[in-house]
Design a protein around this ligand. Sequence first.
Ligand code: SRM
Ligand code: SF4
Length: 554
Amino acid sequence: MSDQKRSGVEVTKENSRHLRGGLVDQLSKDTEKFDDGEKNLIKFHGSYQQEDRDARKSRRGEGLGKFHIFMVRCKIPGGKMTADQYLGMDALANKYANGTIRFTSRQSIQFHGIVKKDLKTHIRGINDTLLTTFGACGDVNRNVMACPAPQPGPRAEIQVHADAIAAHLTPRTQAYHEIWLDGKPQPESGNEFEPIYGKVYLPRKFKIGLGLPEDNCVDVFAQDLGFLAYVEGGHVAGYDVFVGGGMGKTHGNARTFPFLGKAMCYVEAARVVEMSEAVVKLFRDHGDRGDRKRARIKYVVHDWGVDKFREVLATYAGPLTSPRGLTVSGFDLHLGAHPMGDGRWWYGVSVENGRVKDEGTRRMRSGLRAVVERFKPEVRLTPMQDVLLCGLSTAQLAEVQRMLDEYGVPRPETISPARQHSMACPAIPTCGLAISESERVLPAIIDELDAKMKELGLDREVLGVRATGCPNGCVRPYQSDIGIVGRSGEKYVLFVGGSVRGDRLNYELRDLTPRGEIVKTLEPLLRRFKEQRQPNESFGDFCARIGEESARAT
Ligand code: SRM
Ligand code: SF4
């Protein structure tokens, strides 16, 4: 492809000497931000240059420019970490970040509000706990998701596969080590061999998740590459392989759209890493390197169709076996107390929108810190931005519950199903792409929705509500029962008709819905659901059954 057709980021990557660029030099300078090229390169290292959007107006009034801050994201396959690693993250949140920890929709941790002079120390601090930020963002394979429930058998095997895929797809460049961990440049620095990615890495981000048919908590169909386990004799024998899932779209650009992964083949468990490499290489060679808005593998699948995609995939992976036709039947939040199968327990704590903070009497951050310090449980982050405390004895479980009560952390059974199943992205104040509020307004929308559901006698209904501040879809809103997507300031696009199973896209109910009218707009449909639902039918299934036109006319 000629330089004219390649996006600017492609040129930056190619000239970066395997992701180094001028990062060492610019880190040593007393500036608040990076130049444009390096601003793109730090993403590969797990950080985004952002602006404190709350401060924008007052700074402008004072004649000041943007206040630059940095987001740092870890890469934690399957969200699995030790107690000490969690405590390390907790300590860093105060030292250099804004005093909160943010659990993400891909089972990881983000920090916000770090200033440039602290960035290196912060990233080094994460590495001191043996976690990393390398490849958490950027045009490489991102955090690999896996069902976090700590159970022997298939789930434990899925975690092993997730770890193996993550390790295999980690870039080989030593740049990260040299820049953030004070590794000395080696003679081969900048000329390393990247056997999977090559010199310009991938056209865009790439995401992998592994799930189970009875529990699609990782949203397999939203992944660029999703593996759905086929279990035989209590073990994962292999996976149906889905390619092309993705959520992002741009308002008003019909060439961009959310898409669910398509079943391409079946692969034995022993070949899951090989298959991942094959799909990644296909994307490397055939993804769009000119238009970053269309540079996802979902558009390759969409534009080629499944048959051609399979044909080309076979040239990378060898002859393909037909998929087994696995479908998803369930979804689990993994909250509350559950036996691990070996006499111990895990306790799942619901964290509203993944934000771990102390606020008034609800001291989530202190409460989690106290129980993790005392009992040293293994910590698992979930794809729903929640946390599981694992390996507790029966006595410890009771004590954990008692302590969390003391810190004002609500027990899962006291939280409405709609709130438990809700997610929001950070949006304003940190995300530069946000058009509308999300994390800061969803709790109040859920309050209103809960009240309405109660009035209608529907308050025990499982209802997935996902809100984002723009159409990029960071909490996967286009598969949920109710999707709320930022459109313009106080106005949102309202979607209905998905499912917590994640196996169907929802549809637009109403564009430009003022925030204050979201629940009012849903009310007639909720009433109709109550009257006309079929036995055990969920709200999303009901909306899908009656269809778009009928729903809009309600
Ligand atoms: Fe995302 C960009 C936050 C999961 C699709 N996402 C961003 C950025 C980095 C904004 C930016 O580019 O400047 C956001 C940082 C906000 C902030 O202040 O922290 C951001 N995305 C998040 C997180 C933190 C949302 C959350 O509430 O948890 C999630 C971090 C996951 C992680 O740990 O790796 C997050 N983002 C997702 C997901 C869900 C998933 O992967 O399962 C999606 C939809 C799936 C997909 O990729 O299609 C998603 N994020 C996007 C997109 C749209 C990409 C596209 O194909 O068009 C963007 C925009 C972009 O890349 O240019 C984006
Ligand atoms: Fe930002 Fe949009 Fe993602 Fe929300 S959905 S975090 S507003 S990019």
